[in-house]
Design a protein around this ligand. Structure first.
Ligand SMILES: Nc1ncnc2c1ncn2[C@@H]1O[C@H](COP(=O)(O)OP(=O)(O)OP(=O)(O)O)[C@@H](O)[C@H]1O
Length: 892
């Protein structure tokens, strides 16, 4: 377009020159004949006319030649900028470069009898703001045509509209209303009508102009075109603000903003197009603004006025408005192209081109995460002497948090080797975003925990506090004050730690005790972590409503803030009071990073690359792991998934764990270390075991684990008596573990055959384990409501015998294990019996039932509703241990 516009100007200039030459030729001929100053005779007159006629014929031939040239150039121009009525006829419609002129209508250029048509080209970008009289239908149509041309002639996504129409409520821009849903074109999403929102929009544009003048322009580029020529990768968008009915709803502030936009906007690519209500502008308060318009704006119609150049007369023929279907299809195509264009084209690997792999973290992390609009790489810096140490990342749902976390993790692991970095990934999202780092464990990760719960999170925090305290001791013994000093002095390659918690507010969502512990541990890590190379990134959708007393001080410790798109209130909470910049973001891919505790002046806008679909990221990870330097790196990753339970250990593992002591091996502790939970069977009064919950998988797993443990006790039970009162045969490893007990295992499912009397008689002489599976279902074993002593000679009831076993047995090595499915069915009936069960395991219970089981009284016990853990309680010592019970592999 630019070249063609130039050649178009050239040929038009040629036309002018030809006419000038023609005139001069005629004058010359007259001069030649008049030189003698005598009256010409007839022959001389005829000769003169012949010469003039020949001269004219030559001129006509030249005109036609130039007209053909003009027609050629016009047709090329029209291919790029077709008449509006022809939109969609020739594809592609969308422009790929900024034009030097906008074609709007045509001119009939005439001289004498000769004429030709040339497109009307208006130089672009506009040098000044444009004004038109409010209510002039013709000029309104011109303004519409101008807008339509701008939308089609500039590359999609490089023009943005702000539409203001206070009296007609949007009807003044009716043809453009379908574009309101295209956020890239109309960021406000609607036509502005109210004074406050108009003021906000004009203020924002003025701020942008100010930013461009102060920070973008320099001696090499001092206007929009110049800047974009140098910064083709990240050009400035052309912004058109169209105002109708001015000064309706224009406050004094808006008037001031508009004045500045008229004066400075066009140079910065911000074009005001203002429809003025002339009568109202006569008021005194608009005098100043009127002066600004006189010096800084031009009337829209002067762009299209008929012009006469010497003898060349030009008649303007306006652009025809397209049919509705043509318009609709143009708008739809434009919307599609905008969406495609706004997708940020740079990729994650583009971020990794400016560092050498295998860098040290001694001086802190410097992690590339995106690009500024000017194309410079944006780094997240943590742990350096002049940087922050912890980060808060927040943005509304869908704003790209997970994507940014992937970019950050990938960049981090590309740049630093596993020996330099211990990454802890703790995900509280329902989704499984971090699973990808567990599938083939990321060598840098010490922990990948997905679908986790607050209790587990607390154990990770505790582990890190332990790590911090360990480092404090080592540093002290080396007289080092901080991480860098220790590494420099000792030469030890101590890794920096980065803990990433996605949806961190979940940590504070459970019972008060867990929340308070989480707060306290987190605060300690945030306050002291910096000296010990321990850094934290907390991510969340919103800071509103987080149930932590000290959330304010936690946020204050997170000096680096990354905000993605969110509402104004959230923006102010994330970035800092009065800092609403995040509410203006278009995320993805835009974000703001602020290293100044949220101060407005510290905002740095950046564009985040798309990390790719999960397959693509998996490929990148595979390549990373296979890289020579990482191949064979010492495995250090712990994988925790809150969605699955650990598999039952092998028989040899039971043999090793249970042989030495009379212990039950039930699962893995819900701690970072995930070590095994063993419950010693101590010969002590009332040390029977009560297990309750309504989950079959966990029930079967616990039963199988108890049997397997008993099978390998060194000085084991002489007999294991299993009574099934549930009616459902147990699965999940039951048959294998009971077989391991061999002839010592006896099974009963009829209460009348259960040898309670014999077991009772054998107390002290033989060690027997009695397992009652489904105590709640076997009423015969429940003590009678009104307790009465047996009459002389009357045999004791099964309930009496069970109570006697529970009371007398444990001291002499005989234990009762009672499983209860539905706690409420026996809780009150068996209250006395249960006082002999000091060891308890609860799983999958509501908080009231769990409260009654765990503490034996009224009160709630939270946290075991989900089928992913259990709690072991020693009522005598009041010890509580969360654990993940083993389950049979096939049932996991
Ligand atoms: N920088 C980006 N460029 C292009 N697309 C992106 C970018 N970031 C995210 N997306 C896309 O936007 C969508 C939302 O992203 P993402 O899941 O990361 O958001 P989120 O903030 O984590 O959402 P939620 O909180 O609801 O889980 C996804 O489809 C993702 O592919």
């Amino acid at each position: 377009m630019n070249g063609r516009a130039k050649s178009f100007q050239d040929v038009t200039a040629k036309l002018h020159k030809t006419i000038v030459d023609y005139h001069e030729g005629l004058v010359r001929i007259d001069r030649d004949f008049n030189a003698t100053k005598k009256t010409l005779n007839e022959d001389q007159e005829r000769n003169r006319e012949i010469r003039k006629s020949n001269w004219k014929s030559g001129f006509v031939r030249e005109w036609e030649k130039i007209a053909t040239e003009i027609a050629n150039v016009s047709s090329q121009l029209r291919q790029r900028q077709p008449a509006l009525v022809d939109f969609g006829k020739d594809k592609p419609l969308m422009a790929s470069e900024i034009p030097a002129g906008l074609v709007l209508g045509s001119q009939q250029v005439s001289f004498d009898q000769l004429s030709c048509h040339v497109p009307k080209v208006i130089p672009f970008p506009f040098a000044s703001a444009l004004v038109l009289p409010q209510g002039n239908v013709e000029q309104k149509r011109l303004a519409h045509c101008l807008l339509l041309r701008l939308l089609s002639a500039l590359p999609p996504g490089q023009v943005e509209l702000t539409l203001i129409d206070p009296l007609q409520l949007g009807q003044s821009v009716e043809p453009f209303l379908p574009l309101l849903k295209v956020e890239q074109l109309v960021p406000q999403g609607h036509v502005l009508t109210r004074s406050d929102e108009i003021e906000g929009a004009l203020g924002k544009l003025t701020d942008e102009v100010e930013e461009i003048i102060q920070h973008r322009f320099n001696d090499k580029s001092s206007n929009w075109s110049g800047y974009n020529a140098i910064n083709a990768d990240a050009p400035l968008t052309y912004k058109v603000v169209v105002l109708f009915d001015v000064p309706e709803q224009i406050s004094d502030k808006s008037l001031w903003f508009l004045g500045r936009l008229c004066e400075n906007g066009p140079r910065c690519g911000v074009l005001p197009v203002i429809a003025i209500d002339g009568q109202r502008m006569d008021e005194r308060r608009y005098e100043k603004f009127g002066c600004v318009l006189e010096t800084s704006a031009m009337r829209l119609d002067t762009l299209f006025q008929r012009s006469e150049t010497g003898d060349l007369s030009c008649t303007y023929q306006p652009e025809q408005w397209p049919r509705q279907d043509v318009l609709d299809s143009f708008m739809a195509t434009l919307a599609e192209h905008c969406a495609a264009k706004r997708r940020f084209k740079k990729t994650m690997p583009d971020l990794w081109t400016n560092f050498t792999k295998g860098e040290t973290t001694l001086g802190g992390f410097d992690i590339p995460v995106g690009w500024t609009p000017a194309g410079e790489i944006t780094n997240l810096r943590l742990g350096a002497t002049d940087s922050e140490h912890h980060v808060l990342l927040a943005g509304k749902t869908g704003s790209g948090k997970s994507n940014l976390l992937h970019v950050l993790i990938h960049s981090l692991c590309e740049k630093y080797p596993p020996e330099e970095l211990d990454l802890y990934l703790l995900d509280y999202k329902e989704s499984t975003e971090f699973n990808i780092y567990a599938a083939s464990p990321l060598p840098h990760a010490r922990l990948v925990a997905t679908e986790s719960d607050p209790e587990y999170g607390v154990t990770v925090l505790r582990h890190l506090v332990d790590e911090l305290e360990k480092r404090a001791r080592i540093f002290k013994s080396s007289s080092a004050r901080d991480f860098a000093e220790y590494r420099n002095a000792s030469g030890v390659q101590l890794p920096r730690v980065l803990l990433v918690i996605d949806e961190f507010q979940v940590l504070f969502s459970e019972g008060r005790q867990v929340a308070e512990t989480a707060e306290q541990l987190l605060s300690q890590l945030l306050k002291q972590g910096r000296s010990f190379g321990i850094h934290i990134l907390l991510a969340t959708q919103t800071l509103k409503g987080i149930n932590a007393q000290s959330i304010g001080s936690i946020i204050t410790q997170l000096g680096c803030r990354i905000a993605l798109a969110c509402g104004q209130e959230d923006s102010a909470l994330i970035l800092g009071g009065g800092n609403w910049a995040a509410a203006e973001l278009r995320s993805p891919p835009e974000g703001i990073i602020n290293n100044a505790n949220g101060a407005k002046s510290g905002n740095v806008k950046f564009m985040i690359p798309f990390a790719g679909e999960s397959e693509h990221r998996r490929e990148l990870l595979t390549k990373l792991i296979e890289r020579k330097s990482l191949f064979g790196a010492t495995a250090k990753t712990k994988i925790f998934s809150g969605a699955s339970l650990p598999a039952m250990p092998s028989s040899s593992e039971y043999q090793i764990a249970c042989a030495q002591n009379q212990a039950l091996l039930l699962g893995e502790r819900l701690t970072f270390e995930a070590d095994v939970l063993t419950i010693p069977l101590t010969r002590r009064t009332a040390f029977n075991v009560l297990l309750s919950g309504y989950n079959d998988q966990i029930h079967d797993g616990l039963l199988a684990a108890i049997l397997s443990s008993m099978a390998y006790h060194a000085d084991g039970f002489d007999e294991v008596v299993y009574f099934n009162a549930r009616g459902v045969p147990p699965c999940g490893g039951f048959s294998t573990s009971s077989q391991a007990l061999g002839a010592r295992f006896r099974i009963f499912d009829d209460i009348s055959t259960l040898p309670l009397q014999a077991i009772s008689d054998d107390i002290g002489s033989r060690r027997i384990a009695l397992i009652i599976d489904g105590l709640d279902s076997e009423k015969v074993l429940h003590p009678t409501a009104a307790f009465r002593s047996p009459k002389p000679g009357e045999p004791p009831s099964p309930a009496d015998l069970l109570k006697c076993l529970a009371e007398e047995g444990p001291r002499k090595g005989t234990f009762v294990f009672a499983f209860v499915d539905r706690w409420q069915r026996c809780a009150s009936a068996c209250k006395d019996l249960f006082s002999f069960f000091e060891l308890r395991v609860a799983y999958c219970m509501n908080e009231d039932d769990a409260g009654s089981l765990v503490s034996g009284g009224i009160g709630k016990f939270k946290g075991i509703e989900k089928p992913n853990r259990a709690v072991f309680v020693n009522k005598m010592t009041n010890d509580r241990e969360w654990f993940c019970p083993y389950v049979q592999e096939s049932t996991r």
